[in-house]
Design a protein around this ligand. Structure first.
Ligand SMILES: *Cc1c(COP(=O)(O)O)cnc(C)c1O
Length: 332
């Protein structure tokens, strides 16, 4: 199986912004864009993206999960980056049209069709380090993906980093390339030196998130995660998991959590931790690395509550449970 996100369908939906207006969207070959080497995005990182999925149900129908949330976040990222204002209706239609073109290519569970809307500043202007791009391009790329857990579910090792940051604090809620560039160096170092899978960024002891996933702690009947603020990415999976946890009768606590509290709770038997994001849905965390020590989270193995929550979410996505929150948009 090819690596996640390395296979693309031949066409994508594309719209361009020029002279203060969006063009009509079109389906074009996915490798067809032309970009001036002086394009704003290539120099000043005027770029944001989204990641969402379409799923095939047993009856053959195809559904996109929580499209409205991803479209809204994309528009917010664009606004915070001073990119041209996104027409949310247009983007939604682009997603629907692109997926509709390829309903036959949507893999059955545990696979799915990963959808990657992208917005980039295209103005050829290398003198605009402190000014926005007046032209842009938005496209919706499609990538069929297989089972994220081929090779089995393994609990992750996370380095707790109390001194570094994932990105500049005012950029946290923007899904933008520069933030991943910012987290890459420290993450590679943690992988090489400590065999960590990811860094859990906890500046000054405040537990935030990893390079590309939100963090959740489960202690008995309580699920705890940082309350929304502008310092971190507001995951759609995070919000979905919290909703399902409440449906299952769990207590949902959205509040700050310190490294001290995290380590105290991790030592208790039965405690679980997880990362959430569209790609892997929910993955158990088995170990924290802190001050050179390995600290097990509960048993150190993937836990039953994480498993139960992941299944509850997959059941809705895959059409095995009723879509009680109206999260699915039927494409065909
Ligand atoms: C995309 C992303 C997430 C997860 O968001 P979902 O909407 O659940 O996919 C979390 N943190 C960061 C930094 C991300 O880029």
């Amino acid at each position: 199986m090819a690596a996640f996100g390395s296979v693309f369908l031949p066409k994508m939906a594309l719209a361009t912004f020029d002279n203060n207006q969006w063009s009509k969207a079109e389906l074009v070959p996915a490798d067809s864009i032309q970009l001036h080497p002086g394009a704003h995005v290539l120099h000043y990182s005027s770029t944001c993206f989204e990641g969402l999925k379409a799923f095939r149900h047993a009856d053959g129908s195809v559904h996109v999960f929580r499209m409205d949330q991803n479209v809204k976040r994309f528009a917010q990222s664009s606004e915070l980056l001073a990119l041209p204002t996104v027409d949310q209706e247009q983007l939604s239609q682009m997603i629907v049209d692109a997926v509709a073109e390829y309903t036959d290519e949507v893999p059955a569970p545990p696979g799915s069709l990963y959808i990657r809307p992208t917005h980039i500043g295209t103005e050829a202007a290398i003198g605009k380090a402190a000014a926005p791009s007046l032209s842009s391009m938005m496209y919706v790329l499609l990538s069929p993906v297989g089972d994220y857990f081929t090779g089995g579910v393994k609990a992750l090792r996370l380095l707790l980093d109390e001194t570094g940051m994932r990105c500049a604090p005012h950029m946290g809620m923007i899904k933008s390339g520069g933030n991943y560039a910012s987290a890459l160096g420290p993450t590679m170092k943690a992988k090489a030196e400590l065999q960590a899978d990811q860094i859990l960024f906890c500046p000054n002891g405040d537990v935030q998130e990893t390079g590309a996933a939100n963090f959740l702690l489960i202690d008995g009947n309580e699920i705890i995660t940082k309350a929304l603020d502008s310092s971190f990415l507001h995951g759609v999976t995070r919000s979905s998991v919290l909703t399902l946890a409440a449906d299952l009768g769990m207590t949902v606590s959205e509040r700050d959590i310190t490294v001290t509290e995290l380590l105290e709770r991790a030592a208790k038997p039965g405690v679980e931790a997880a990362l959430s994001g569209t790609a892997a849905v929910l993955t158990s965390v088995g170990t924290f690395i802190h001050n050179g020590e390995d600290i097990k989270v509960g048993s150190g193995e993937p836990g039953p509550v994480v498993e139960k929550l992941r299944k509850a979410l997959n059941d809705i996505q895959w059409g095995n449970a009723p879509d009680t929150h109206n999260w699915l948009t039927k494409i065909a």
